[in-house]
Design a protein around this ligand. Structure first.
Ligand code: GLV
Ligand code: MN
Length: 196
């Protein structure tokens, strides 16, 4: 859902000192080569985090040739039992394909309907733009998915971090009121993310 480009390509100059209006300026065509249009960054499984997931991004920041083209991809690796935590992409719809293992994939609509399914290798899913979603490895071994986005930089608001590990922190009383719990519950959750 990014805007259409006005030329064949505009390989991003990530080192620009120009003020960014929307996206990145192009590096001069005379400096563009084949390497700008190929990316090997999604070949390997990354190290999984505390959630048991690793997300490697092939977006405009890692693959500048995507600049202005309105697409990007991730490699997502899930340890057994691992979850890609609840998150939303403010700028893109997501389509994904499972290439290894078994994942429970789910999202919630703005009318609070939960849609989900267990998928195996070769099966595909779609997450409508902006909706909160997750994937959980419900198989025995490792799982891997390739996800794609109609944005060069979809962004991700990861709910656990957004709510409980922002900087500065959202005040405890605000979170306690939102979740209708005692503030001790909030401090307990925040402590898992190394903040208070
Ligand atoms: C999966 O949800 C991803 O954003 O790559
Ligand atoms: Mn996602």
């Amino acid at each position: 859902s990014d805007p259409d480009q006005l030329q064949d390509f505009c390989v991003a100059d990530l080192n620009t000192t120009t003020t960014l209006q929307n996206g990145f300026p192009c590096k001069p065509v005379s400096q563009v080569s084949s390497n700008d249009f190929f990316f090997s960054g999604l070949t390997k499984d990354g190290n999984t985090n505390i959630f048991g997931v690793s997300v490697t991004a092939g977006n405009v920041l890692s693959f500048p040739g995507l600049n202005t083209l309105g697409i990007s991809m991730n490699r997502v690796v899930y340890a057994p039992g691992g979850v890609n935590p609840l998150h939303s992409h403010p700028r893109a719809t997501e389509a994904g394909v499972i290439i290894k293992g078994t994942l429970l994939v789910g999202f919630v609509s703005t009318t609070n309907v939960f849609y989900s399914k267990v998928l195996n290798a070769g099966e595909m899913f779609v997450i409508p733009k902006g909706l909160v979603h997750f994937q959980k490895n419900v198989g025995r071994g490792k799982a891997v998915a390739i996800t794609s986005f109609n944005s060069q930089l979809p962004g991700a608001a990861v709910l656990p971090a957004t709510l409980f590990a922002s900087n500065p922190a959202i005040p405890n009383d605000i979170l306690a009121q939102n979740f209708q719990v005692d503030e001790t519950v909030i401090t307990s959750i925040k402590s898992k993310f190394g903040s208070s």
